[in-house]
Design a protein around this ligand. Structure first.
Ligand code: ADP
Ligand code: MG
Length: 380
């Protein structure tokens, strides 16, 4: 990246930052219901090399996307021609609003996180950008604040509604472990993964066209469910607060679709809590059951499945060495995730590759991943 920076900008970069992508091991759509998610950073990340400028301008390029985008920190607008730069612009907007003094820079971005697959290349670019602005400005954000600013940039400037999961994972994820994130309190507990288990991500590479509107529908349905339950149980501010027993009493009175969404979230939230011990102990039967229940609930109750996901689930579940398999990210295609016996990873991957390709005609991508450190600066 240094060589490429020198070639493109004719100068040497002075700061390097990186932030990882992430995968969820449990907790689909629980984040905006203020619940729990078992999430893990991956060893695929986004890098930024930067050199300060004296003139409050930002000039940014990416090795992943052609073209350059330039803006002044004093007057930040959207760039319709280079929409990818809106993540860099949006971080500047929210950080300046929060009172931080930012320095202009020339920057080069590069990422090994696939785009739009649910591994959160967007949070990775946001968190790497936030680290860059901190290095240039000589100040340090609390990582939780960095995550919430990233969420704000994505929600308000980029215009994509997301929960806190992606940014929190990228900012606060831990090398070597999953973390159990509490999305209401913005805290987490370390959840070590038992020896002998390898996390393998299987990307369906199916088109995810409906994702924006379907996501907004699911959020609205979950909020409607929480409001309904709150009439009976005032302490229920979000679905995270409702127990399955409370819900079951009123399930039949709710609109059928809302009831299905609520049941999934309340059960999924409990599965995150149940996963922690099983993950650490490597309890194969419990892991298999929790993952399978999550997939079935996502498909039948939350209805975020897709034919490609069914084909991938079948390929993963029939593969040698598979311990557990489920969806990842928001659904409607995208990536899925399996826990695999670490001595069978090659056979597992080959089986998934062949089975999925012959069923769907689509070549999947398979990523064998380990938990990497959260976002931070890099020394030369
Ligand atoms: P996901 O977060 O699941 O990967 P998103 O649609 O939320 O998918 O974010 C992907 C978008 O983020 C890309 O289309 C691009 O605009 C931007 N992006 C992410 N990483 C980079 C990068 N290295 N260079 C340029 N743009 C990037
Ligand atoms: Mg994203």
């Amino acid at each position: 990246m240094t060589a490429e920076f020198e070639k493109q900008f004719g100068k040497t970069p002075q700061f390097w930052s990186r932030a990882p992508g992430r995968v969820d091991l449990m907790g689909s759509h629980t984040d905006y219901n203020m619940g729990f998610v078992m999430t893990m950073t991956i060893d695929r990340d986004t890098w930024i090399a930067a050199r300060p400028r004296p003139d409050k301008k930002v000039r940014i390029r990416s090795l992943n996307i052609a073209g350059e985008s330039q803006f002044s920190l004093d007057n930040i607008k959207h760039d319709q021609r280079a929409p990818w730069s809106n993540y860099v612009r949006g971080m500047a907007v929210v950080m300046q609003q929060a009172g931080y003094a930012l320095t202009g820079f020339d920057g080069l971005i590069h990422s090994t996180v696939p785009f739009g697959s649910g591994l959160s290349s967007s949070a990775a670019i946001e968190m790497a950008t936030a680290v860059t602005y901190q290095q240039l400005g000589g100040f340090a954000l609390d990582p939780v604040e960095m995550a919430t600013l990233g969420q704000q940039a994505e929600n308000e400037f980029v215009g994509v509604s997301t929960g806190i999961l992606d940014q929190y994972s990228s900012a606060l994820g831990q090398a070597g472990s999953a973390i159990q994130l509490d999305c209401r309190h913005l805290t987490h507990e370390i959840a070590p993964i038992a020896d002998g288990l390898q996390v393998v991500i299987c990307d369906t590479r199916a088109e995810r066209n409906l994702i924006g509107s379907e996501y907004d529908d699911r959020r609205a349905q979950c909020e409607a469910g929480a409001r309904f339950l709150q009439r009976h149980y005032p302490e229920v501010e979000a679905l995270r607060d409702a127990t399955l027993a409370q819900f079951a009493v009123h399930e039949a009175e709710m609109p059928a679709v809302v009831a299905k969404r609520c049941r999934f979230i309340i059960e999924e939230n409990q599965r995150v809590l149940d996963l922690a011990a099983a993950l650490t102990q490597g309890n194969a039967e419990t892991l298999r059951q929790l993952f399978a229940d999550s997939y079935i609930g996502a498909r039948d109750l939350f209805e975020i499945g897709a034919p490609a996901m069914a084909a991938m689930m079948q390929a993963m579940q029939s593969a040698p060495g598979v311990v557990a398999a489920r969806q990842a990210g928001a659904g409607f295609g995208g990536c899925m995730v399996a826990l695999v016996q670490d001595d069978c990873v090659a056979e597992f991957s080959e089986h998934v590759q062949q089975t999925y390709t012959s069923d769907t005609g689509i070549e999947p991508r398979i990523f064998v991943v380990s938990a990497a450190a959260g976002a931070g600066a890099l020394e030369e």
